[in-house]
Design a protein. Structure first.
Length: 158
């Protein structure tokens, strides 16, 4: 998983939240066993709760495995070209409006905040380019106005 150090903290918080949910669901299941038996015909909500617990466990496992294989964006050497860990300002089709994007790993992508995944079509097309370059993405001209290492803040935090 390609992730920033700030992203690691958010993923760890998500894991902690999922663990709390799992604990609550486990407690709820224990109460169901006590009050209604464990057969589906005695307690139809138990199957649903068991499925929820398994999905939560799978989410936790997936996030933990991702963290174990993480590559920190902050540690990627700056090669002077756009890659994950860059803030990029672009202009579409020679229009005056500019758009700012931060390119991070898929786990941190949040288009509403201007954070795009390094696996997105735009980021993939921008990779290896620098300020002043013009590329074509989905038949639109995209001019790179500026490109710099990401400062660790999302657009809404600046």
């Amino acid at each position: 998983m390609l992730i920033s150090r700030a992203g690691i903290e958010r993923v760890q918080e998500k894991i902690a939240d999922l663990r709390r949910r799992l604990e609550n669901k486990t407690s709820e299941a224990a109460d169901m066993y006590k009050s209604g038996g464990d057969a589906w015909h005695d307690n139809p909500g138990l199957d649903d709760l068991t499925a929820q617990r398994e999905r939560t466990r799978a989410q936790i496992r997936s996030l933990e495995e991702g963290l174990m294989c993480s590559v920190y964006i902050d540690d990627i050497p700056d090669q002077g070209v756009i890659t994950a860990g860059y803030t990029v300002i672009v202009r579409y089709d020679n229009k005056p409006e500019e758009r700012t994007f931060v390119i991070l790993g898929p786990a941190e992508a949040d288009p509403d905040l201007g954070v795009i995944s390094c696996e997105s079509p735009l980021a993939a097309a921008l990779a290896g380019h620098k300020a002043g370059d013009t590329i074509t993405v989905n038949s639109r001209k995209v001019a790179v106005v500026s490109a710099s290492r990401w400062d660790g803040l999302h657009n809404d935090e600046a």
